[in-house]
Design a protein around this ligand. Structure first.
Ligand SMILES: CC(C)(COP(=O)(O)OP(=O)(O)OC[C@H]1O[C@@H](n2cnc3c(N)ncnc32)[C@H](O)[C@@H]1OP(=O)(O)O)[C@@H](O)C(=O)NCCC(=O)NCCS
Length: 116
């Protein structure tokens, strides 16, 4: 996961459809969010577990919670997508996600600072 600006986070987080945070001794050690239009498109983003807590089933716990929300709230014909970084695809495959390539590939660009 790459860093976001404070402005980007402050604008984006309130538009979360559904999100989970895992707390340990009062500190957030894991998170995951669903964003989208609430009808046609849902996107799973920001799945992360703190390095010292990885490999103990917490990523699955986050995904199981998001998956339950999607099953209750995503209407028939809607599309649920995500971008899997590296080997995290093995986690998402357990929740029904399949690779869309080669018929579709993720395309993106990142907004940089305005040049003057
Ligand atoms: C990806 C991430 C959230 C997984 O969290 P985690 O708590 O370590 O995962 P879990 O312990 O719940 O394991 C989840 C399952 O996915 C599999 N898995 C997770 N990461 C894997 C990896 N790197 N390679 C292979 N399998 C992996 C595990 O084997 C496990 O399946 P199993 O129980 O059937 O063996 C965590 O590694 C992370 O935060 N990584 C850095 C941020 C990141 O890359 N996020 C994903 C952005 S798309």
């Amino acid at each position: 996961m790459s860093a976001r600006s404070v402005e980007a986070a402050a604008r984006g987080l309130p538009h979360t459809l559904y999100g989970v945070s895992l707390l340990h001794q009062g500190r957030v050690i894991g998170m995951g969010r669903i964003i989208g239009d609430g009808g046609c498109f849902f996107t799973v983003v920001d799945i992360a577990v703190a390095p010292q807590h990885q490999g103990r089933g917490l990523g699955k716990r986050i995904m199981t919670t998001l998956d339950a929300w999607l099953r209750a709230n995503a209407p028939v014909s809607s599309v649920v997508s995500l971008v899997a970084d590296g080997d995290a695809r093995h986690l998402y495959a357990q929740y029904g996600f399949v690779e869309s390539a080669p018929y579709a590939v993720n395309m993106e660009y990142r907004v940089g600072p305005a040049s003057s």
